[in-house]
Design a protein around this ligand. Structure first.
Ligand code: NDP
Length: 452
């Protein structure tokens, strides 16, 4: 049995049977058996089942949100928003089965056409920071395209995935189409990666494990999509609405207690605006409400585990001075105060590595060229923001920054209908939007000789 903890109290929230290789193999076998029938369900019928699942998820938002808030330590208001997105993601992809279009291509002597075929059994390996949300970004397009799936949640946060499996069956997904194996990544995740009957792995997590997955998948030429770490830049020019940029900055790095691959944890500020920006930032950080995830007013909860807290702590009290420190509860729970380091050199360890905690680095820059150079001076390329009132400059900078998801005068990264994914060591492949479907289908080309 795995003891699942509540990070805000360190109490045991649930005990879950721990799956191993045998259970993983059995799940893959069930998914494999279910695949021929599921891929053959008429597109309209498959769409109807997914709409029913979206309905059921909408009805379960409150229950799932409470479970996620307690298990992942995230504020209930955030968890509610995330569970709403889970339902919306299924709603969006419920429209896909009837829109998986091929092409007809003019060729000599016949007709050439393409089909989008499902891959088969897809293994989904997800992390603990947005447990069911990230799972839904993989589940919904995979199922809509006619694949069957084995989902491996993180051992720290398996509860909403297990609940999802029950909801899916009740909503009418045939047996074996969705299978959840809750067990360690080094056992169940690894087995999925090496399993000959798994056609693809869709993974979100650390760059280090992503690298191992890509290596392991090579043995069976599995398809792989990887959504990995980030060290994104929030670039703030002196001509921006500094008040607005400073008010928005804390949520962009302290949201989910900084345990967010899109965290804009490098705040690049034009040198002439640093003092004014820091003043406004201090006010915003000090007013952040850190505490009980189930309190409606809470904006930041605890970290996921003692290990994560120790990792985050190791980045504070290094080379860069602590400029701002917010409050956090004391006593039981994996609490960590929102922390801003300033000034930070982009060469400092805190600016180079993904901290995955509520620690922001403020890095001053001289001009546009230096801002772009610093933004790109990282192994990652997931998200980022540009704040300026100069529209032409905003467009020049976003085109020059090597990153998969950028926003101008906003810190948002994720929408159901738009592609999400990274450049460089932030991974490859795209989730959400129409692009995700490309990664859950193969293109089949058929030539029909008509003679003459
Ligand atoms: P991991 O990358 O280790 O975990 C992500 C998922 O992969 C989990 O389900 C994990 O299972 C599974 N996994 C672990 N090892 C293997 C393996 N050998 N083969 C297949 N699957 C495996 O992230 P952590 O949870 O350990 O977090 C460590 C750091 O990673 C964080 O501090 C952060 O920097 C980064 N991270 C980035 C995320 C992102 O969204 N980009 C998300 C999470 C972490 P299990 O945990 O059950 O063992």
């Amino acid at each position: 049995m795995t003891r699942v903890l509540e990070p805000a109290t360190e109490e045991v929230l649930a005990e879950v049977p721990s799956a191993g290789v045998e259970e993983t193999d059995a799940a893959v076998a069930r998914a494999r058996e279910a695949f021929p029938a599921w891929r053959s369900v008429e597109p309209g019928d498959r769409a109807a089942i997914l709409h029913r699942l979206a309905d059921a998820l909408e009805g379960a938002v409150e229950r799932l949100a409470t479970l996620e808030a307690r298990n992942a330590g995230k504020p209930i208001s955030d968890a509610r928003g995330e569970m709403g997105m889970v339902a919306a993601t299924f709603r969006y992809y419920a429209g896909a089965p009837e829109r998986l279009l091929g092409q007809t291509i003019p060729v000599a002597g016949g007709v050439d056409m393409t089909f989008r075929e499902p891959l088969g059994v897809v293994g989904l390996i997800v992390p603990w920071n947005f447990p069911l949300t990230i799972a839904s970004w993989k589940l919904a397009p995979a199922l809509a395209a006619g694949n069957t799936v084995v989902l491996k949640p993180a051992e720290l946060t398996p509860l909403t995935a297990l609940e999802f499996e029950r909801i899916a069956v009740e909503a009418g997904l045939p047996d074996g189409v969705v299978n959840v194996v809750a067990g360690p990544g080094s056992v169940c995740g690894r087995r999925l990666v090496e399993h000959e009957d798994v056609a693809k792995i869709a993974f979100t997590g650390s760059t280090e494990v992503g690298r191992r997955i890509a290596e392991g998948a090579a043995a069976t030429i599995k398809r792989v999509t990887l959504e990995l770490g980030g060290k994104s830049a929030n670039v703030i020019f002196a001509d921006a609405d500094l008040e607005q940029a400073a008010t928005a900055a804390p949520a962009a790095v302290f949201g989910n207690a900084g345990q967010d691959c899109c965290a804009r944890s490098r705040i690049l500020v034009e040198r002439s605006a640093v003092d004014r920006f820091m003043e406004a930032l201090e006010e915003a950080v000090e007013s952040l409400r850190v505490g009980d995830p189930l309190d409606e007013q809470t904006e930041m909860g605890p970290l996921i585990s003692a290990d994560q807290r120790a990792k985050v702590e190791s980045y504070v009290n290094g080379d860069a001075p602590v400029a701002i420190r917010g409050g956090a509860p004391s006593g039981r729970g994996f609490w960590f105060p929102p922390t801003v380091l300033c000034p930070v050199s982009n060469d400092d360890r805190a600016a180079r590595e993904e901290i995955f905690g509520p620690v922001a680095c403020v890095i001053p820059f001289r001009d546009e060229a230096e801002a772009v150079r610093l933004a790109n001076d990282t192994i990652y390329g997931l998200s980022g923001s540009i704040w300026t009132r100069d529209g032409a400059r905003a467009l020049r900078v976003v085109r020059a920054v090597d990153s998969g998801v950028l926003s101008i005068n906003s810190n948002t990264s994720v929408r159901v209908a738009t592609p999400f994914g990274g450049f460089k060591q932030s991974g490859y492949g795209r989730e959400l939007g129409p692009d995700a479907l490309d990664h859950y289908t193969e293109v089949k080309n058929v030539y029909y000789a008509t003679g003459g």
